[in-house]
Every structure is written in C-alpha cells, then in structure tokens.
Ligand binder design. Structure first.
Ligand SMILES: Nc1nc2c(c(=O)[nH]1)N[C@H]1C(S)=C(S)[C@@H](COP(=O)(O)O)O[C@H]1N2
Ligand SMILES: [Mo]
Length: 328
C-alpha cells in the first residue's frame, strides 16, 4: 500500500533496542564468519558494510514432500533475499524492510485456524493437522502489488478448493472471509499509538466462493521449498495470483463462510481507492497512479502489466458480463 500517514515512523524508531542489538550481534557474527575475520578486529565502518551485505536469517526447515503443481511460470524467480526483505505486512511495519526484522521472533506454534459460518463441518484446525492432511505443491506464481511492483515467487501450498470441499459449505455460502491474527503483544503494528494504529485490526479479506474454489487459489505455507518465513505470512496465508497482492492475506486464524461480501481491510480504510474484487487490471488505474506498468523487483526496465496478472485463461470466465471499471 502506498499510504504514508504522518504518524508513520521508521522501524529503527520502533524496534525495541534489545532486538536491534541482537540483530547486530547476529549479523556481526555471520559477517565475521563470511569474511574469515575475528569480530573484534573489524573496524566499525567495515563492520557496517558487512552487516548491510548480509541476507536475513533463513528458516532452514525444508518440506520433505513437495510435488510440482500446475500453472507455473518459467519466468525468472525473484531471489529469496528480495522475497523475504521487501514485504508488506502492516502488522509489523509499514516499511518494506521492517517485517523481516520485526517478525523475526514471531511465534507461529501453537497455531489454529477456525472454520466458521455456513459449512457443515465447522471446526478449529491445528496448523500441523492441516499440513498433514493436504499434499503440498510448488506453485511458481507472479505476485503483482497494487503499488506497481511485482515478483515471481515459488510458493509451497495446497489448493484452497481441496480444503473447502472437505468442509461442505451450505447453499448460503456465497463468500469466504479470511482474518489475520489480532495480537498486539506479538504484532507491534497493532499496538495503540504505533504506526499501524489507524488501521482497524484485524486485517480482513474476502473472496467470492467461486474465486476461492478456483484451482489457482492456494493456501501458502512456504516458499522455495521451505517453511514460510514469518514476514511472508507464516504459518499460513492466502495466495490469489490474479488479484493485487493485498488480497493474499497473511497469518490466517479464521476462515468464515458467509452470505454477504465481507468488507475487506483496504476497502474499509480507503473506500475511494479499493474495492472488493481487486483484480489486476492494466486498464483500470488506481485514483492516484497508473496500473499499466510494473517494476519487477530485480529488474530495471518496467514491464507491461497483464490482464488478471497473466492468468486470464484461468479466471476471465469468473467475471463474464461484469463491468470491471465498476467492480474494481
Ligand atoms: N495480514 C496482512 N496480510 C497482507 C498484508 C498485510 O499488511 N497484512 N499486505 C498485503 C500486501 S499489500 C501484499 S503486496 C502482500 C505481500 O506479500 P509478500 O510480503 O509475501 O510479498 O501481502 C498482503 N497480505
Ligand atoms: Mo500490495
């Protein structure tokens, strides 16, 4: 989101000092190993240089069994480093680098996802029970942010449709609402008085039931074959590749089947700028900027943005006969 409020402050100002110290120590240790130098001998300036060059700590846990999934692009994948240090996750920071620092110690176990509303089998699922139940696939998808940048991310996840079929939605289930964790003690951006306090937490998103059942839609639990980094929405997030990135809600704790379209966070915060559908559409500009082109992270020249982010073949039929300038 390109929204800077006056109360926005840089993560350096909100990072608890002991966290900053720990990060510096951690980085310095790593830098020393990388450079083959003893820590105390590193002069300050050089140490800072080495710190800046270091990638963030990597979640080392690899999934044992991930089969290749459909719809993959063979475009160049964005680097792990860029995917995990250039994030939008306002529960932690409004700064792109902020979530990678501030979500480092976020605890994602125990974690439950409650299924509620218009379904036969409402129940609270333990995340590890979900992971055991559904076979994991790799899906290499483009992600197009409404801010006009994009990435190619090799997600690990499973089709949301597989999950929904087991739940047996009732005939009244027309929409699905997704909700992120609301816990200001664990998500500093949710604390009153912090940079994110102008947002009405928790973060909410919604899909029409046929969008949720589309084979492109997955619940993501990892990337590059590894467990989802916290800053990318651990332990479980939505991935809807034909819609602007903000629909792909992170760190989900509740999935509710409802009759009416849920009011999603950005539509609620800025109703003149964001609607319910948020399909990637180069022909419908954002009121404050064009959506015709995008900057692929890691590339210099801008690319043309594709209708439905290049997934028209899979999803254009969902919107047949709808005026997409009205339903944006
Ligand atoms: N709960 C929550 N989910 C969120 C966001 C957020 O701030 N909070 N940001 C969204 C936006 S604007 C984008 S572009 C994507 C970014 O996902 P990534 O950081 O994994 O690339 O997450 C989306 N999901
Ligand atoms: Mo975004």
């Amino acid at each position: 989101m390109l929204i800077k409020k006056p109360e926005d402050i840089r993560p350096s100002e909100i990072t608890p000092p002991e966290l900053y110290r720990r990060r510096r120590e951690f980085l310095r240790g790593g830098a020393a190993i990388a450079l083959g130098l003893a820590v105390p001998q590193l002069p300050g300036a050089m140490r800072r240089l080495a710190d800046a060059a270091l990638p963030p700590a990597r979640a080392a846990t690899r999934f044992a069994d991930v089969r290749p999934g459909p719809f993959g692009t063979d475009e160049k994948r964005t680097s792990y480093e860029a995917i995990t240090t250039y994030n939008n996750f306002y529960e932690f920071s409004t700064d792109k680098e902020g979530p990678s620092l501030l979500a480092r110690d976020f605890q994602t176990r125990p974690w439950t996802v409650s299924v509620e509303g218009e379904v036969k089998h409402a129940k609270t699922w333990d995340i590890d029970e979900l992971l055991k139940r559904f076979p994991l696939e790799e899906r290499v998808y483009r992600l197009r942010c409404v801010e006009a940048w994009s990435m190619v991310i090799p997600w690990v996840g499973f089709p949301l449709a597989d999950f929904i079929k087991t739940l047996e939605p009732t005939s009244r289930a027309k929409y699905v609402e997704f909700v992120t964790l609301h816990d200001p003690e664990r998500m500093p951006g949710q604390k009153p008085g912090f940079f994110g306090s102008w947002i009405d937490w928790p973060y909410v998103e919604g899909l029409r039931i046929d969008e949720a059942m589309n084979p492109l839609t997955i619940l993501g639990v990892g990337l590059y074959g590894e467990v989802m980094p916290n800053q990318n929405g651990a332990p479980i997030r939505l991935v809807v590749p034909w819609k602007y990135g903000f629909k792909s809600i992170k760190s989900i704790v509740r999935i509710r089947f409802v009759e009416e379209p849920p009011l999603n966070t950005w539509q609620k915060q800025l109703p003149d700028e964001y609607g319910f559908y948020a399909n990637v559409n180069p022909r419908v500009d954002h009121p404050r900027w064009s959506q015709k082109k995008e900057r692929r992270i890691g590339e210099f020249l801008k690319r043309d943005t594709l209708m439905f982010n290049g997934y028209a073949e899979q999803v254009a039929h969902l919107y047949q006969g709808m005026d997409l300038t009205q339903y944006y």
